[in-house]
Design a protein around this ligand. Structure first.
Ligand SMILES: NC(=O)c1ccc[n+]([C@@H]2O[C@H](COP(=O)([O-])OP(=O)(O)OC[C@H]3O[C@@H](n4cnc5c(N)ncnc54)[C@H](O)[C@@H]3O)[C@@H](O)[C@H]2O)c1
Length: 249
């Protein structure tokens, strides 16, 4: 029960790794505010966690909107008395998430609204969640923020996606770690290689010859959120099955 009496916000919590992180946090005692734009799935998944004895609150939130981000954080603090963990899972490869045409996957012809979606969800939202939560965390002298990047931020896979992911796992994570450290607040990043939240990810090459199970990634996130990682801050953990090694060949 590493997260007993902890209040967490997980974005992108209606599916994939954000959902798994919500389930694992709740299993270990946290009260989890599940933030996602997909209201129907969010309600159903939160109910499932509660039926198993966990504490999960569906907090519908479009992470492109500052007002909704601020309200989610303020609600968690008001109802639970603290905000201890924020994990930014909402996001994805913009042309895929926005269902762009094949030309939309090529940067010079990528539609501007697709680029804007990526900047807003992959980059601006983690920054604004930190803006909303950091003051509370500093005041309570406790807190952890985890930014979820991608191996593409390390290798330059996808121009706008790579820029957004390296931005949140690099400069944002380091800067938050610096302002949080004197107050016991940590910020870390995790950059996964291919993960089987979608079957298509099994086609991506890694040195280990397979994509990750979501639990392999989320277990690292849980460690970083826990007091076991009390000495860890400001660093980005690549967890990629050795895909970067192949990129360097
Ligand atoms: N799956 C992979 O192979 C992989 C690899 C590297 C990095 N990542 C990163 O991990 C994170 C999670 O990936 P996943 O595969 O579990 O994703 P997923 O597609 O299963 O889940 C993403 C969630 O984000 C939500 N979302 C989208 N737009 C939103 C918005 N405006 N406001 C609030 N919620 C919104 C969606 O509804 C969805 O529930 C992403 O940031 C992704 O870039 C994934």
């Amino acid at each position: 029960m590493r997260f007993e009496n902890r209040c967490a916000i997980v974005t992108g919590a209606a599916s994939g790794m954000g959902l798994l992180a919500s389930q694992m946090l709740a299993e270990e005692g946290a009260k989890v505010y599940m933030a996602d734009i997909n209201a129907e799935a969010l309600k159903a998944r939160a109910e499932e966690i509660c039926q198993k004895g966990g504490a999960a609150v569906p907090a519908v939130c479009d992470v492109r909107e500052w007002d909704q981000i601020r309200d989610t954080v303020e609600r968690a603090v008001r109802e639970s008395g603290s905000i201890d963990i924020v994990i930014n899972f909402a996001g994805g490869f913009p042309p895929r998430m926005c269902k762009a045409s094949p030309e939309g996957h090529y940067f010079p012809t990528e539609p501007l609204d697709v680029i804007d979606w990526g900047i807003d969800v992959n980059f601006r939202a983690p920054m604004l969640f930190a803006r909303a939560a950091m003051g509370h965390m500093i005041a309570q002298k406790r807190g952890v923020i985890i930014n979820i990047g991608s191996i593409d931020g390390w290798t330059g896979g996808g121009v706008d996606y790579a820029a957004e992911k390296s931005g949140i796992t690099g400069g944002l994570t380091k800067a938050l770690a610096r302002i949080g450290a004197p107050h016991g607040v940590r910020c870390c990043a995790v950059s996964p290689g291919p993960v089987l939240t979608r079957a298509a990810m099994s086609n991506m090459k890694t040195a280990l010859g397979r994509a990750a199970e979501p639990k392999e990634i989320v277990s690292l996130v849980m460690y970083l959120c826990s007091d076991d990682a009390a000495f860890v801050t400001g660093t980005d953990y690549l967890i990629d099955g050795g895909r970067l090694l192949l990129n360097n060949q």
